[in-house]
Design a protein around this ligand. Structure first.
Ligand code: NAI
Length: 343
């Protein structure tokens, strides 16, 4: 089993080398992202291993298929960057549905706490021996209302963390869980009541720009928005306007809708062309991290283990539980029977 591994980073390689040796898989690590220009690197490989910002559109799928690639092994949970319908009948796609919901939920809370208590400001001040406190006032989280959108694996861990802080939790999910002890409300009610809103749903046609100007208009003045899911859940221009109008009190963003050309790379010596991102980053009440919510040792190990096991299941058994459904693109609510393939 020979796998071309795109967008390889130093923190990925040791885990995948170890798992590759254990599972009998040869990974060839390419630093470059998968794009139409780089897809031919996969020539002679059985599969490719890709991440959130690799391009897997119809043209790339056709090239991979022509190179003899039979499997796209995502080393992440989300698959919004894959043209699944085009994959149907051509190439199989497996993913890592869960690797550490704790990593992402804990990062969401870390961002919320940092923004609320101005830790990012305090850190810079004390580094410069400035010990003044003005401008650093936060609020107690205890008793505040947090609205959680998406109550799957990560959303539920985040809910537990918030309850630990004594917060009131309300939630919205298109497919609410039964008997989960979660106080589900409509999206409109969630917008109107929440002091903090955290996004934990996937990016789909339904959720694209879920947070737009209209949604922001329905929110409380001073609301905090936390997004550790996918950038395009938020209309970044509308967010910027909401911040400038002092409607949005803070934004904590681990993801950004135009992140794919920027995140995971060092642009510190460059002029960044994206004015919206530059303006957001310049705001005192915005924190941007570069899609790092998953980045814990435990998550990296689980990602490598599950990806390797997915690859072995596919090539050895011809079936993999973590294969994505190409017809509905939805694992949890798919009518496809377990252990049944779409094609
Ligand atoms: P999950 O599949 O366990 O939960 C997603 C939840 O969203 C489900 O309860 C589902 O019913 C709900 N949902 C689906 N459509 C919805 C809609 N239109 N409106 C509201 N809710 C809807 O997924 P999990 O593992 O909790 O991950 C959530 C998201 O987190 C992923 O889709 C991914 O985009 C993001 N993620 C981000 C990472 C990062 O490093 N920043 C790492 C891992 C995941």
């Amino acid at each position: 089993m020979k796998i071309a591994f795109f967008d390889a980073k130093p923190y990925d390689i040791p885990h995948f080398e170890e798992c590759g040796a254990a599972y009998g898989i040869t990974f060839k690590f390419f630093e470059t992202k998968l794009t139409e220009d780089t897809a031919n690197l996969a020539n002679g490989f059985d599969g490719v291993c890709v991440f959130v910002n690799d391009t897997v559109n119809a043209a790339v799928i056709d090239r991979l298929s022509a190179c003899g690639v039979r499997l796209i092994a995502l080393r992440c949970a989300g698959f919004n960057n894959i043209d699944l319908q085009h994959c149907f009948g051509r190439i199989h796609v497996v993913r890592v549905p869960a690797y550490s919901p704790y990593a992402v939920a804990e990062h969401a809370m870390a961002l919320l706490l940092t923004c609320n208590r101005r830790i990012h400001k305090a850190y810079i001040r004390t580094k410069d021996f400035n010990f003044r406190l003005d401008g650093l006032t936060g609020v107690d989280l205890h008793g505040k209302t947090v609205g959680v959108i998406g109550t799957g694996k990560i959303g539920r861990v985040f809910i537990d963390i918030c309850r630990g802080f004594g917060m009131q939790v309300i939630a919205y999910d298109k497919f609410p869980a039964e008997n989960a002890g979660i106080d589900y409300v409509s999206l409109e009610e969630l917008f109107a009541r929440s002091d903090f809103i955290s996004l934990h749903c996937p990016l789909t046609e339904d959720t694209y720009h879920l947070i737009n100007a209209d949604a922001i208009a329905q929110m409380k003045k001073g609301v905090y928005l936390i997004n550790t899911s996918r950038g395009a859940l938020i209309d970044a221009e509308a967010l910027l306007e909401g911040i400038k109008a002092r409607k949005v009190g803070a934004a904590c963003l681990d993801v950004y809708e135009e992140e794919s050309d920027l995140f995971f790379e060092d642009f510190s010596g460059h002029i960044v062309e994206d004015d919206t991102l530059a303006r957001l980053i310049s705001m005192p009440n915005v924190i941007v991290t570069s899609h790092q919510a998953f980045l814990t040792q435990e998550a990296l190990q689980n990602i490598a283990d599950t990806t390797a096991s997915n690859i072995v299941s596919f090539f050895r058994d011809g079936i993999c539980d973590n294969e994505v459904c190409y017809k509905c693109g939805n694992i949890d609510h798919c009518r496809k029977k377990r252990k049944e393939k779409c094609f």
